[in-house]
Design a binder for this molecule. Structure first.
Ligand code: PRX
Length: 638
């Protein structure tokens, strides 16, 4: 079966078929992959439990699909082009053949260090080729990877390691990001103080900084590779995995409690990421694809590693940040590696746009034929700039909407096939059945309606559970609206039936495309010894999309406010990571609460948005006068 639709008529026909006969549709897609043994049943599902199984009893290994199956025809084709942080360092190119070799070697290293099928491995690496190598090596031997983004703190790492009971950690001495060196191993050392499950740590040399290596626990990546070489066993056969065996865990924030481990399984995730990569980007075999995400997030998992590689594509990965050494870096990379498809986030577009056109004008971007956006709503100004300055008005933009829990893109234009409109994700991909519901769960039929976005039928890439806590998965995603997966997003379906995602309807912020749970952040702030209580809301931010606004009640002791702000930021950095630091901290004598003690975040949101006219009735508050006081304080913060 052809994965790419040919034109809009073909899209419509394919979509209709996929809704009428979903099993037949997905079976056709799945057949384009390499299975060690075919499935006996395409789909069984029950959203109430939830219990979702795709390609039951099928046997498969995703690393074989990403590597081995391209070797015969395309062994010398670049699989990964790696661009280092420092532009004066040489880029590294790994062909499919070389990548397979390195993955097999490292898979043997993992085995030598006691890792077996089903074990959990935590990966905390910078954006270097060894990161996808480590991921694919885990997949090859059936170990479950849990990648933790390099910006998270020791505490966040240990929470994740303990939740998944990881037995091994893969990290590096340090990593480069712009002008900074991140001391990864030292952060891991702090994390491991409270992690009893970890027996081994493999440390890659990258930054060449001093690290403490603990006898019996810590080993060097390079030494372990030498051992494997001297053992003379270059190959590592791919483990036979069940389609529903867990491939990886990725932690993500929600509206309550600590981050949860979203579980993706092997067969469905493979089929879904491969299919959506090929179809949405209309990938042609000679094209160079550059996704600027970090592999620590789902976008990197699905569209730097698994999606492109399962389709035999060339995937560019970049170690650094788009604004270093200057705001022209991304365009330099496009020019240098002749990137055809660029997939990035609105926050990056806005920051490069704000830096000034002089950084993009004059760069040779003629290789670009398609553009993508992901992670947050894209505003019209950024969309237009991306279209005109980067795509020169000729490259279709796919505004792809999806989530960690979805595995891959759900609603998006198909490049060059679906018409586009700034700010619109447009139409569901084949196999995806979105519905809008009102607060009470009534399905909103027809066009010109707004509501909460749900999906009423399973797709292969969806999460199966949350690690170690299935009930939490049911509660979070499948209990709000019976028989449907609830996304947590609000959405408009306009008069033409086109979808526009309007943002989260729960207490989750989207800051520079990163999901931040307000409850988790409040808990972190409340851990600071001077803090009595806090409330977090998002506010419109010109570059980040949403900024973090913290209202904080301090104890009665006299404080130096500026210093206390720094202390609170330091606390957040330690508990969660620097990405969750509030942009604005306003000290308040109290918070607007109902008589039952519930914080009225709606009122706080109106205040920070400057929407003072629509605050509404405050007479039911425990202390209505507090609203005026907070308003006055907020006016002084700007
Ligand atoms: O609110 C939506 C927003 O990002 C959330 C998912 O975040 P995360 O799981 O971190 O995954 C991000 C990358 C897939 C969604 O609930 N979001 C993602 N893409 C878009 C978006 N909002 C608007 N438009 C998008 N294209």
């Amino acid at each position: 079966m052809e994965l790419k639709v040919k034109d809009f008529d073909d899209y419509q026909k394919t979509y209709d078929d996929s809704v009428k006969n979903p099993e037949e549709f997905w079976e056709g897609i799945a057949e384009t992959f390499f299975w060690k043994k075919k499935w006996t049943n395409v789909l069984s599902w029950d959203f109430d439990k939830p219990d979702i199984k795709w390609f039951e009893n099928g046997k498969v290994n995703i690393s074989e699909n990403c590597l081995d199956r391209h070797i015969y025809n395309n062994g010398d084709k670049p699989a990964i082009i790696w661009e280092p942080n420092d532009p004066s360092e040489a880029a590294r190119i790994l062909s499919y053949k070389q990548l397979l070799e390195k993955v097999e070697q490292f898979a043997n290293v993992l085995k030598n260090n006691g890792v077996r099928k089903g074990d959990r491995v935590c990966i905390y690496l910078p954006m270097v080729p060894e990161l996808p190598i480590a991921i694919l090596a885990c997949a090859r031997i059936g170990a479950i990877h849990s990648v933790v983004f390099g910006g998270f703190s020791a505490q966040s790492i240990s929470d994740r390691i303990n939740d998944a009971q990881c037995s091994l950690v893969i990290t590096a001495d340090g990593g480069f990001r712009g002008s900074k060196v991140i001391e990864l191993k030292s952060i891991v050392d702090d994390a491991l103080v409270t992690c009893d499950s970890v027996e081994k740590v493999i440390v890659l040399t990258r930054a060449r900084i001093g690290v403490s290596m603990i006898k019996g626990r810590d080993v060097w990546w390079e030494d372990e590779i030498h051992k494997v070489e001297s053992q003379g066993n270059p190959v590592c056969p791919a483990e036979e995995m069940d389609a529903e065996d867990t491939l990886f865990i990725l932690y993500t924030s929600g509206s309550t409690g600590k981050p949860k481990g979203v579980v993706h399984t092997t067969g469905g995730y493979m089929v879904y990421t491969g299919y959506t990569f090929s179809n949405v980007f209309q990938y042609n075999p000679e094209e160079i694809f550059f996704c600027t995400a970090d592999i620590g997030w789902i976008t990197g998992h699905s569209y730097i590693v698994y999606g492109p590689l399962s389709q035999g594509a060339t995937s560019v990965m970049f170690e650094g940040v788009p604004t270093w050494p200057d705001a022209g870096r991304m365009w330099d990379i496009v020019e240098k590696h002749k990137v055809n498809i660029l997939y990035t986030a609105p926050t990056a577009i806005r920051s490069l746009m704000a830096a000034g056109d002089e950084y993009v004008d004059g760069k040779d971007l003629s290789s670009i034929t398609k553009l993508g956006s992901v992670g947050e709503p894209i505003n019209e100004e950024a969309w237009n700039w991306y279209n005109e300055k980067v795509g020169k008005g000729k490259a279709p933009i796919v505004d792809t909407w999806w989530q960690t829990e979805n595995g891959g893109i759900l609603i998006s234009p198909i490049a060059g096939v679906t018409p586009t409109k700034p700010g619109y994700a447009m139409l569901p991909l084949p196999g995806v059945q979105p519905v809008l519901v009102d607060e009470k769960g009534k399905v909103l039929e027809g066009n010109g309606v707004s509501g909460n976005l749900c999906i009423k039928f399973p797709w292969p890439g969806m999460l199966r559970t949350t690690w170690g806590d299935h009930e939490r998965c049911r509660q979070t995603y499948f209990s709000t609206y019976k028989g449907m997966y609830f996304t947590g997003d609000g959405c408009l379906r306009d008069e033409d039936g086109h979808y526009r995602i309007t943002g989260r309807v729960d207490d989750v912020l989207n800051v520079s495309g990163h999901r931040i749970g307000t409850a988790e952040l409040e808990n972190a702030i409340n851990m600071h010894s001077d803090v009595v209580e806090s409330a977090i809301v998002g506010y419109p931010h010109p570059v980040k999309g949403q900024g973090i606004y913290a209202f904080v009640i301090l104890d009665n002791v006299h404080h130096d406010e500026d210093l206390t702000r720094k202390d609170i930021n330091a606390t957040v950095s330690r508990i969660i990571g620097a990405i969750a630091k509030p942009d604005i901290i306003q000290f308040v004598p109290d918070l607007p609460k109902t008589r039952s003690g519930k914080i009225m975040r709606r009122i706080l949101r109106k205040i920070v948005e400057g929407d003072l006219g629509s605050i509404g009735d405050v007479s039911t508050l425990l202390d209505p006068s507090i609203v005026e006081e907070i308003k006055d304080g907020a006016a002084k913060m700007k």
